[in-house]
Design a protein around this ligand. Structure first.
Ligand SMILES: [Zn+2]
Length: 365
């Protein structure tokens, strides 16, 4: 439940039901204040049937697969009159995806792909390799306090690995501890800063000024586990005591292009073309955008009458209720651009805070 996916979801959300994993449901209610009756938690790995109209005439099946990204994140496999769709959401590739009953041997008509790092420049190691790099940095600085910059959700597995290997508590603030308790993983974390030399802060707190300030109190290094700057300019390149380690919860370009992915998810059509001509069609400027492709010929899908009526009545209700209920939804024509702007805005704000403080040019991200 990263913020670039929750724009407009606040306690005032009162329209459509949101379907997600049970973990995301808990987080959405606790952290965003969504009304519990509007958030439906679905089990992982089992096909669930959902009505597409009020009369129950038209149904679809949805299967949730753990996306190997952050707690609660899932891929969706939809099956119905429209064919079979894979919506990856943010994900990091793992072997399990290939053997899952919802994907193994299946052909998908439409693929919605997380293309955050879909650029040949985005080559980075596995998470286990990046974890070892981080351990090495910590081991090489036995007298230093270690500050780790993270977003408010994700990379808990990395923190646990550091705690177990270094035999140290991981210091977190009260808000993150609340999240960790919801995730039932508070075991290696503490809010007592005197108890540990490893402290987690928000990514945006890792600035040149803060590093200097922390070092005026005691020797301190900062670690940023992120691939945000891979293939672009790293704004921390010349900042002493800051280590940017390419640890990612998204696929590398190589993983997106792997034969396993192409074969199993019919990605060949999605990723071929300009990339094979040596040009990246989906550049870093498009990071965080989702790419939609069908895997073959154009299809004409006949929308069932009951489903058409349902859509019409939703539209009528929207027209009658006016903009009041939908002020979080951009106009249909500008929807793509608006949601893109939202995710870019998040990145820009964070980057600009860092850059302002460090006196850097804005990096490409
Ligand atoms: Zn995410």
């Amino acid at each position: 439940m990263h913020t670039d996916h929750t724009a407009g979801l606040t306690s005032s959300w009162n329209t459509y039901r949101i379907y997600c994993s049970d973990v995301t449901r808990e987080l959405a209610i606790a952290k965003l204040g969504l009304r519990s009756e509007l958030v439906v938690g679905l089990p992982l790995d089992e096909p669930v049937t959902i009505k597409l109209d009020e009369v129950g005439q038209e149904m679809m099946t949805v299967t949730l697969i753990d996306a190997n990204h952050c707690p609660g994140s899932v891929m969706f496999v939809f099956e119905g009159y429209f064919g079979r769709i894979l919506y990856t959401g943010d994900f990091r590739f793992c072997e399990r995806f290939l053997t899952h009953s919802a994907t193994k041997g299946k052909k998908f008509d439409i693929l919605y792909l997380d293309n955050t790092y879909c650029d040949p420049k985005c080559a980075f190691p596995s998470r286990s390799s990046a974890t070892m790099t981080i351990m090495e940095i910590i081991r090489n600085h036995p007298q230093h306090k270690v500050i780790i910059g993270l977003y408010s959700l994700g990379k808990e597995v990395l923190l646990r690995a550091i705690a177990v290997t270094c035999k140290m508590w991981i210091g977190v603030d009260a808000t993150r501890m609340e999240t960790l308790k919801l995730l039932q993983m508070p075991d290696v974390f503490t809010c007592d800063v005197d108890r540990t030399k490893i402290q987690v802060v928000k990514t945006r707190e890792i600035t040149k000024r803060n590093i200097q300030m922390w070092n005026s109190v005691e020797p301190t290094i900062a670690i940023l586990p992120t691939c945000l700057y891979v293939g672009g300019q790293n704004p921390y390149e010349n900042v002493p005591n800051v280590f940017v380690v390419p640890y990612s919860d998204h696929c590398s370009f190589e993983e997106l292009r792997s034969p396993e992915m192409s074969d199993n998810y019919a990605m060949q059509n999605c990723l071929a073309g300009n990339i094979s001509e040596g040009k990246s069609r989906i550049g870093l400027d498009d990071a965080c955008d989702m790419e939609k492709k069908n895997s073959g010929v154009e299809r004409n899908i006949a929308v069932p009458a009951s489903r058409r009526q349902e859509s019409d009545s939703v539209l009528r209700a929207e027209v009658e209720n006016g903009i009041e209920n939908n002020d979080f939804e951009p106009d249909q024509d500008t929807k793509g651009d608006s949601s893109r702007l939202e995710s870019d805005t998040v990145s820009k704000i964070e980057v600009e805070n860092v850059c302002k403080d460090n006196n850097f040019d804005r990096p490409r991200c």
